[in-house]
Ligand binder design. Structure first.
Ligand code: HEM
Length: 422
């Protein structure tokens, strides 16, 4: 927060419409328009649903690190939007860590950290390897695949269902419900209902027959969460895990494959996969606009007086782009320097958030994504993109940066061939 005089009570610029299809095609143009308004821009998340978009790093940190001024509780905002608003699925209040403040937040968050702490790196690695083996065995003989639909998304469904104690066969249900909800479009309400059913059935089953899995550990946690609270914690965690991690995976693969020089050094081990992941976190982060906060009282943020019950959204997507006439046209495709002349590793990004709500499982995610890519490229060392990167298409929606498909070709390979990892 700043004590600077407020620049404007009512924003004077027309809102930048993040729900338009054009946003997915060229987000930098939209972020540049927001930045042209100053550190805090005026946007729409859905038609008629306004939000402040924070596109400046220092303003973002002021929001993220000031829970006295900024709440995560959306209930006052919910009163202001129509009951059928397509963004409600992603933004409505539920009793879980993401929508709680203060002591309630600490209680919920501690239970999540405790149950994820029990997932040891070697165990997670083994689960990722199993999933890659399954999927690579399926696509290997075909010689072509879509690394979004045939790899990144089913991989996350396999790994998460494994951790949450569900059979592999449930993956498609998870994919369908969550996918629609995340896009925040016409099918969002249907997706939210499908996904809620999925989680409710899961918690009922685990309450009856506990297993060695995350929901059973949450149900048995000494914090004594009610069954309803566990349901919404799982709703948050499966959702927070599935979409952004699948997108981190496919965005990283597309960056690697989009640069043949990068790819050849990667398979020889000269460039760790982690470099490519970090580049994505800097320049193409999957959870682009989902740090959603609400001012608890009249407040001025970097010169903008905030209206009541209007979301203040930290734009992790805009923060990562170098400043420039078009919002960072020069962001590197792979391994270069950003427009500020720094190697991506030298500057920190905020893609895990910051402050009390920062992503609690980033180490798990980094391990999962790097293992998956290393294993896949060991199985199929000659992956070649079918389309140049500029012809790839992206899913609509204000919250995420998510490829529709990533088609590749390779020499067909069967699982029993020599040299294929077991
Ligand atoms: C298995 C994968 C993941 C799980 C289970 C997970 C879980 C969570 C949870 C439970 C929270 C809420 C924490 C709280 O409110 O105290 C959270 C926050 C967050 N996560 Fe993750 N996450 C995952 C992957 C990712 C990925 C891939 C990204 C993006 C690179 C990401 C970025 C964030 C951010 C930015 C926040 C904070 C949002 C805010 O500002 O309020 N997460 N995550």
């Amino acid at each position: 927060m700043t004590a600077a005089p407020d620049r404007a009570d009512v924003p004077r610029s027309a809102p930048v419409r993040l729900w338009e299809d054009g946003f997915a095609a060229d987000p930098r143009r939209y972020y540049a328009a927001l930045r042209a308004q100053g550190p805090v821009g005026w946007a729409e998340l859905a038609p008629g649903v306004p939000a402040y978009l924070v596109t400046d790093r220092s303003a973002a940190l002021d929001v993220l690190r000031d829970p006295e001024t900024f709440s995560h509780d959306p209930r006052a905002w919910e009163e202001t939007v129509p009951a059928d608003s397509p963004v409600l699925g992603m933004m409505r209040w539920r009793p879980n860590a993401l929508f709680a403040d203060g002591a309630a937040h600490v209680r919920y968050r501690a239970t999540l950290i405790d149950v994820f702490d029990l997932v040891e790196p070697h165990d997670l690695r083994a689960r990722v390897h199993r999933a890659v083996r399954l999927l690579a065995g399926r696509i290997g003989p075909r010689g072509e695949a879509d690394l979004v639909g045939d790899f990144s998304r089913p991989l996350m469904a396999l790994v998460l269902n494994d951790l949450f104690g569900l059979p592999d066969s449930q993956g498609d249900r998870l994919d369908e419900g969550l996918g629609k909800m995340m896009e925040g479009g016409a099918q969002a309400a249907e997706g939210e209902a499908q996904y809620a059913r999925y989680v409710l059935e899961l918690i009922e089953a685990k309450a009856e027959r506990p297993g060695d899995d995350l929901p059973s550990r949450l149900l048995a946690h000494p914090a004594g969460l009610t069954r309803e609270e566990v349901t919404w914690q799982v709703f948050l965690t499966l959702g927070a895990g599935y979409e952004p991690t699948a997108n981190l995976l496919s965005n990283t693969l597309s960056r690697i494959l989009g640069n043949p020089a990068y790819y050849s050094t990667l398979t020889s081990g000269a460039r760790p996969v982690m470099d490519a992941v970090v580049e994505v976190l800097h320049h193409e982060t999957p959870l682009a606009n989902y740090g959603v906060y609400y001012a608890r009282r009249p407040a001025v943020l970097h010169g903008v007086r905030l209206r009541d019950a209007v979301p203040v959204v930290v734009s992790y997507g805009a923060l990562g782009l170098p400043h420039g006439p078009r919002g960072g046209e020069g962001a590197p495709l792979a391994g270069g320097e950003d427009a500020g002349g720094r190697h991506p590793r030298d500057a920190s990004h905020l893609s895990w958030g910051a402050g009390p709500h920062a992503c609690p499982v980033r180490q798990h995610v980094l391990l999962l994504v790097t293992e998956a890519i290393e294993r896949l490229t060991q199985w199929l060392p000659d992956l070649a993109p079918v389309l140049p990167r500029e012809r790839l298409s992206w899913r609509p929606g204000p919250f995420h940066r998510s490829l529709t498909a990533l088609p590749v070709r390779f020499a067909p390979r069967s699982p029993d061939q020599p040299g294929v990892p077991s």
